[in-house]
Design a protein around this ligand. Structure first.
Ligand code: ADP
Ligand code: MG
Length: 624
């Protein structure tokens, strides 16, 4: 029998491949834009006619191609981007299959013009359905222009399958936006039927988002920045109040490549839980940077899925960072933190019904005696399982007080056992010598309040507000007293701002310098920092400045407006320890001592109480 297997002619093979790579005009847009980026273009122009059905043209000012390469670029599997299979695991380019141009040329009329910088003239090639119909020398600027006309001219079924111009244009704009968002440092313009749709100058990420989605977007953005060994996150999430019914503005980029990931999307949803209404979607524009060796993108060319080695870790980091950012910008509700400022209620047993413990009270029990007896081995108390009888009973009584100070959720038994541990310690401390002892002078409650025994009773200090007060007075002292303390940075830190943001920072330059910032350069909307106030960690700088800008923007200017004051408040707010942060004994003591060394320890910079007191008299009354 005669041999029946034959190699498909190239143009047939290419048409088949084209079916995979090019599904619609938007696919051409994506491939051409990505080639321009791989060619290191700084300016990229996209021209579209009739939703791409008549023309898709991309003009770039990248490296261009030699005569030979221009010709080769239309061959299947011809690529300059990978040489071996290993290269697939360290991709720095968008393309790597060498299929796009071959596929496009198989199903359209393509006109290429390209020139490398060192050459005087360039090359033009015209291909129709994989056949070269013209190749010539041409006068053309450095870079590459590829015009794709009459898409699917030779596959009418495909052509008929295309959707309305509105739908196809939408797809094109989606692709354009994804690429433009991933590359704010490249300038893009897009024209449709001769009119400008987008004009995006080189900018920072925030400006790029605003340029694409409109000026109102600016106030909606909350920066997210995180830098860990496995994952770097930068970008923005939309404030919860701007959550939308549609999923429109949700963008993940992994190593500058747009991806879709239901799993990572869920991490964001989880971070927003309780902050947005059901059925609405938070917007996000997040860049994730991971080691290229830990991802696998060698999948279908048109797909946007990606495989991560360690998805669970990424999920956890992503959710935590977004939550943290929402919290930092005071967007996440601070739960019972504000409400519990007055501790009277929890002590009021009359309001409580079910949770009142049913304990037998031994009236002859004297806690002071008990305390003295076990004082020498206080540290063993908590873990000791041998002490029993009355002591645990009295502990249970204390517990219920602490339970009352909780938000009114139901408590799990696990929490309860933790309470038992805490309350034993605090019993010891509070009944110690009726004043601060050297052993344990303070005690942290719920990682939120610091309790401190004083002669007349006890103090309950709100750690976040107290620390704000301390930092605020410190900064104010530096700024107004002008005795600056800075730490020099090893490498200058460069931060790009919008025009408006840059002006705000520039206006505060002197005060920022008194606070300890050292600037080197203030040009082109860029700020270069070479020194920081002693207590400002480098990783927090951009967040702090963003917060500062936002504070300035939201400040209602009045007669009392003082830039120094606002700066000190803003820095204090950004840097103060947060509710939820655990403090060791030294830190607690330091906090208490520093607070009372302040000029005005009673209130936070925002005029809210920093602590409340509870005297023994008041306590006694509660026990009547
Ligand atoms: P891939 O991008 O996967 O390498 P393509 O078919 O998209 O495959 O492109 C083939 C080759 O043509 C690229 O590897 C590159 O060398 C060259 N090329 C394509 N577009 C451009 C461009 N805009 N500027 C310079 N070179 C280009
Ligand atoms: Mg390509």
């Amino acid at each position: 029998m005669a041999d029946i297997i034959q190699l498909l002619p190239d143009h047939v093979a290419n048409q088949i491949a084209a079916g995979e790579v090019v599904q619609r005009p938007a696919s051409v847009v994506k491939e051409l834009l990505e080639n321009a980026i791989d060619a290191k273009a700084e300016t990229i122009k996209l021209l579209v006619k009739d939703a791409g059905k008549t023309l898709v043209q991309v003009i770039d000012d990248g490296v261009g191609m030699s005569v030979t390469d221009a010709r080769l670029s239309f061959e299947r599997h011809a690529t300059s981007k990978i040489r071996s299979a290993e290269d697939l695991f360290q991709l720095n380019t968008k393309g790597f299959r060498g299929e796009a141009l071959a596929s496009i040329a198989a199903i359209a009329h393509v006109e290429l013009k390209t020139k490398q910088e060192q050459e005087e003239v360039g090359t033009t090639i015209t291909i129709e359905g994989s056949e070269i119909v013209n190749q010539d020398v041409v006068v053309t600027p450095t870079g590459t222009s590829i015009a794709v006309k009459h898409l699917f001219f030779n596959i009418p079924a495909r052509r008929n399958f295309l959707k309305s111009n509105t739908v196809e244009t939408r797809h094109i704009i989606d692709e354009f936006q994804r690429v433009a968002l991933a590359h704010p440092s490249i300038s893009f313009v897009m024209y449709h039927n001769g009119s400008e749709v987008f004009n995006l100058p080189q900018s920072n990420y925030r400006q790029r988002i605003v340029n694409i989605f409109g000026p109102k977007t600016n106030e909606k953005l909350v920066p997210v920045n995180e830098d860990t060994d496995v994952l770097k996150i930068s970008g923005f999430v939309g404030k919860p109040e701007y959550a939308k019914k549609s999923r429109g503005e949700q963008f993940f980029f992994v190593n500058n490549r747009f991806i879709k990931s239901a799993y990572l999307n869920h991490a964001i949803t989880a971070a927003f839980e309780g902050l947005i209404k059901d059925g609405t979607h938070a917007s996000y524009f997040l860049n994730l940077e991971v080691n290229p060796q830990t991802i696998d993108i060698n999948i279908h060319p048109t797909k946007t899925e990606i495989k991560f080695d360690d998805e669970h870790t990424l999920y956890a980091i992503l959710r935590a960072s977004v939550k943290h950012s929402l919290g930092q910008f005071n967007i996440a509700p601070v739960l019972d933190f504000e409400r519990d400022a007055n501790l009277d209620t929890p002590y009021d047993y009359s309001n409580k019904s079910a949770s009142t413990p049913t304990i037998e009270v031994d009236r002859s029990f004297n806690p002071f005696d008990a305390e003295k007896a076990i004082a020498p081995s206080r540290s063993n108390m908590a873990s000791s399982s041998s002490f029993s009888g009355r002591k645990p009973a009295s502990t249970a009584g204390w517990e219920s007080m602490y339970v009352g100070m909780e938000s009114k959720g139901t408590k799990s038994t696990q929490d309860f056992s933790e309470m038992q541990f805490e309350s034993v310690e605090s019993t010891a401390s509070l009944f110690g010598e009726n004043q601060m002892t050297s052993k344990q002078s303070s005690y942290q409650l719920q990682n939120k309040y610091v309790l401190s025994a004083i002669k007349s009773g006890m103090l309950v200090i709100d750690q976040h507000r107290a620390h704000q007060r301390i930092l605020y007075e410190d900064f104010l002292k530096y700024i107004t007293g002008k005795d600056t303390v800075s730490q020099q940075l090893l490498f200058p830190l460069q931060i790009q701002f919008s025009k408006q943001e840059h002006d705000i920072i520039l206006n505060l330059k002197n005060d920022l310098e008194y606070a300890g910032f050292v600037f080197q350069n203030f040009e082109n909307q860029m700020v270069e920092i070479i020194g920081l106030p002693i207590n400002v960690p480098e990783s927090e700088v951009s967040i702090i400045l963003e917060q500062l800008i936002s504070d300035v923007e939201h400040e209602v200017p009045d007669a009392n407006f003082s830039a120094a004051d606002l700066l000190a408040k803003s820095l204090a707010k950004s840097l103060a320890i947060k509710p939820g942060q655990s403090l060791n004994q030294t830190e607690q003591d330091h906090l208490v001592n520093s607070l009372f060394a302040c000029k005005d320890p009673n209130v936070s910079p925002a005029n809210k109480p920093t602590f409340i007191t509870m005297t023994v008299d008041e306590l006694d009354k509660k026990f009547m």
